[in-house]
Design a protein around this ligand. Sequence first.
Ligand code: ADP
Ligand code: 5GP
Length: 204
Amino acid sequence: MIQHPGNVFVVSAPSGAGKSTLTQRLVRTVPDLIFSISFTTRSPRPGEVDGRDYFFIDDARFDAMVRGGGFVEWVQIYGHRYGTGRDWLSGVLATGQDVLLDIETTGALNMRRAIPDARMIFILPPSAASLEQRLRSRGKDSDEQIRIRMQHARHEMELYHAYDYLVLNDDLELAYRQFESVIYATRASRERMAPEARRILEGF
Ligand code: ADP
Ligand code: 5GP
């Protein structure tokens, strides 16, 4: 189990539900919220930067990290492996900053075992039809990839009940405000604020 002063937010969603749109804006806007950089064996897409979007590593290094217990969780999906680095995550959390992890459902459930007080957020698309429409209008995936993503989306949707918060991304502004509220509400929770309350109390 990882000991940590900062909060851990795990966010999952079927591909196309709007997770990148929401999380990119959050980490730009909310102070002291760091986006988790995963390790992956897939190649960078145009515009992706090593050490910013992912740590892009080869199979041999991924294997070595798995053997050395270097991942809090890892999975194989869409033909590649992805994992959350233990040292990387512990290092950021030790600074007291909050971390937002964008990981798929299997990894998210494993993360909850490693960090039981992680706050789990699932982004819901308004409907299956609108999810497919968003995947098409994004223009990044072939028809075959869209078919695979829609099949996988159903499996991911079935796991919604493992999450603490379900943010419906229909109206983007409302979804953003709800997501941001989860972060600020978690920061204000009694268990998080109790040390500060005790410190203030000592001054009376
Ligand atoms: P994900 O990261 O979950 O795969 P994206 O953030 O890439 O999804 O969003 C998929 C597409 O849907 C993008 O073209 C994005 O601009 C669009 N989109 C995101 N949120 C909304 C929304 N609330 N209403 C309409 N379109 C949206
Ligand atoms: P992409 O290749 O589109 O960047 O990511 C594919 C999927 O991998 C997304 O659903 C993303 O959330 C997930 N993912 C990215 N990093 C990790 C990770 O470290 N662990 C797990 N379990 N999933 C990840």
